[in-house]
Design a binder for this molecule. Sequence first.
Ligand code: C2O
Ligand code: CU
Length: 466
Amino acid sequence: MSSIRRRDFLGATLALSQFGGASASQSLRELRLVAAPGQVALDAQARAVGVWSYGGSVPGPLIRATQGERLRVVAENRLPQETTVHWHGIRLSNAMDGVPHLTQPPIAPGASFTYEFELPDAGTFWYHSHLHSAEQLERGLYGALVVAERAPPAVDRDLVWVLDDWLLTREGQVQGGFNNPHDVAHAGRLGNVVTLNGAGEPPDLVLRPGERVRLRLVNAANARIFGLEFEGHAPTVIALDGQPVAPHAPARGRIVLGPGMRCDLILDGTADAAKRYAVRDTFYPRQTYELAHVAYAGEPLRTAPARVTPLPPNPLPEPDMANARSHEFVFEGGMMGTMHQALLDGRPVPMMALLRQGKAWAINGVAAAGHTMAPVLTLERGRSYILKLRNDTRWHHPMHLHGHSFRVLTRNGQPTAHREWVDTVLLDPMERAEVAFVADNPGDWMFHCHVLEHQEGGMMTTIRVG
Ligand code: C2O
Ligand code: CU
């Protein structure tokens, strides 16, 4: 937690009568977010790493607000290149979504842009650059956005763990070569240093016996998928991508988070207080490591944990399955795949030529050239839709839809256990999934892979809600 700083966070709460549309009881939270180059130490003994960050720290300032509030953020760009800020998972109005060229002009160096929107849902969200994402996020332009329930569940502590990995040179600096053809056509850019809240060697999470912690995990990595196992503990999942889910133990005891995804856990300090426990990342079987440790100190808080109760629901519209329309999305490309060609700028281009232009992926046969493309699909506002997602590649893809959350109904034809609401669904190689939602938020919305090198490599598209 120590590296989450709040000094740029004004946290002013004003009665809001001067804004049209907002009710007088709605409060406004304002802050300034300065994106600029800087130096951070990822480890106590390590030399400073040149980063690009919000507010001088990586992660950027932890923004805490309450459900129903409005957030106003003046984003100032002091970077050497254009940028925008995207509010991942927030169901906001399209003009505030932070997608360059599609929803706003890029913020030029020296310029600023004011984002202002309501926070309809409580939960764990995050913000990050949406321009040259593979470079700007890798350099550190991201932070967590926590929206508290109006009546939050009782826990002793509410903690955020923002996870990332970095590809550093031997000199300890961020390696260049963003979007190189290998990363684009394979699993994306995987780093050699993993950080938790910006720390390569995070301090132990020290619990009092019986203590109950709400732990909010955010995967801010370009490409790394985390699979976390809590030795000696039995965490309960209570929310995914900010949205409440029926409390449950993670499948096979492992919390799997693709890039962009979040998970809220209830962690009870029920283990033997004399021992220290590892939190292991076992996602890549040949590269498991200890991400963090849990230890104990202090007087017991209680002897037996209370039952974990579900979070209050967010105001999500329930899809009308009887009248839902279906659309299919086929994802193709990458190494060891079967894609022979894709449309790029309206012309069929063979795979080898695509690779030479930094493209390796297609959605329904089209490799995206950039953020602006004609919508692949126009949805009727207020209607329910089922998207049938087909991963015809040998790679994992966390597919993220802007402006909406959707229910995951099936995977490989089998109903999911929790019909979870998410904004990013991680597709395993060759996996199929069906998701459903109400297209209630008008605008042009990105639908893309959150492996940022895949996104750059063509794996994005636009869905219009009319
Ligand atoms: Cu978190 Cu379009 O992204
Ligand atoms: Cu992908």
